[in-house]
Design a protein around this ligand. Structure first.
Ligand code: CO
Ligand code: CO
Ligand code: CO
Length: 324
């Protein structure tokens, strides 16, 4: 796989494309292409199997998750295409509800659904290819974090364990509802707040979990990130299901893959550590903001009714995560 990736990067070397602001080799949330001095396009795609039972909510969550990478780059959604795989024997009203959920979420984002592609598949999958816009000088990447920056998280963690508990028939209704509310929420307001305030770096917390995505910022910015474990927020129920070891497979692979970059110096139990690797769906933004603008960003997020947890700071280093 690494070899294939190298082949592709060599086929499309970034230096050959003067207007490609963010490309494949960089490992950022989405590609960014400059059209002119005022306008750049953000391009991304994502789709996955159902995470909740309700087809309408599944469609809406999948769409919110697909558009999240546009917001992680500081952009706005312009247009989207459906990517849909459905079992041929799925009742039409169920299929319709998935697509309706997605369309309503795109409308809420201010985007336009302009088409898509559907094919047969045993297990349903749904998501979007998305084009967003951003000012070429205001692209927010993972690479700009500086020592001293304050780290702010906009949604609590735990959607992986809660949806796994749901699949096992062990989740409480109130916990499912709390997780669904988190996954449905667009990162749009947080993206706007970032642009108003001016931030150093950002990414969205999805499949690689909180520490996996944080590691990207640390590596790409050439710094260490220090988190205070008692400040990291969780969705109600997440810790309960973690104690019952209801982690999705992705959480375990995240821990296996990312633990060499993480140093725990606080007295966290094994499941509390694992929860910080929990694979998230449609998670929040992790934002690095210069200290003098941190309280302004918190104010803006508060005004918008969005989450605003100050979870740590950027320190000198070289790509590591410290959890204290
Ligand atoms: Co992302
Ligand atoms: Co993505
Ligand atoms: Co970004």
């Amino acid at each position: 796989m690494a070899q294939v990736l190298r082949h592709i990067i060599n086929l499309f070397p970034k230096e050959a494309y003067a207007n490609l602001l963010v490309g494949l080799g960089e490992g950022d949330d989405a590609a960014v292409y400059k059209l002119n001095d005022e306008l750049a396009l953000i391009f991304t795609a994502d789709f996955f199997a159902p995470v909740v039972d309700d087809p309408y909510l599944y469609g809406a969550i999948a769409a919110a998750n697909s558009m999240s990478d546009v917001y992680a780059m500081g952009g706005e959604v312009l247009m989207a295409l459906n990517i849909t795989c459905l079992p041929p024997d799925m009742p039409p009203d169920i299929a319709g509800a998935i697509l309706r959920g997605g369309a309503d979420k795109i409308a809420e984002a201010g985007g336009i659904l302009v088409g898509g592609h559907t094919m047969d598949d045993k297990e349903p999958k749904y998501g979007l290819a998305v084009i967003g816009t951003v000012h070429p000088q205001k692209v927010i990447t993972k690479a700009g974090a500086k020592p001293g920056d304050v780290l702010i998280l906009t949604k609590p963690l735990g959607t992986g364990v809660i949806t796994t508990a749901l699949k096992a028939g062990l989740a409480k209704e109130e916990h499912i509802q709390a997780a669904v509310e988190v996954m449905l929420r667009l990162n749009r307001k947080a993206a706007r707040a970032m642009q108003e305030v001016g931030v150093s770096a950002a990414t969205d917390i999805t499949g690689f979990g909180f520490l996996g995505h944080a590691r990207d910022i640390a590596i790409m910015s050439g710094v260490n990130l220090r988190f205070y474990s008692e400040r990291i927020p969780f969705i109600p129920g997440a810790k309960e299901y973690a104690e019952q070891w209801l982690f999705p497979g992705g959480t375990h692979s995240n821990e296996r893959f990312f633990h060499p970059w993480v140093r725990f110096s606080s007295n966290l139990t094994e499941e509390e550590q694992l929860l910080l690797f929990d694979a998230q769906t449609s998670g929040g933004l992790l934002i690095a903001v210069p200290p003098e603008r941190a309280s302004l960003l918190v104010e803006k997020l508060k005004e918008e009714g969005d989450g605003h947890w100050v979870v740590g700071e950027v320190v000198e280093g070289g790509g590591f995560i410290e959890v204290v």
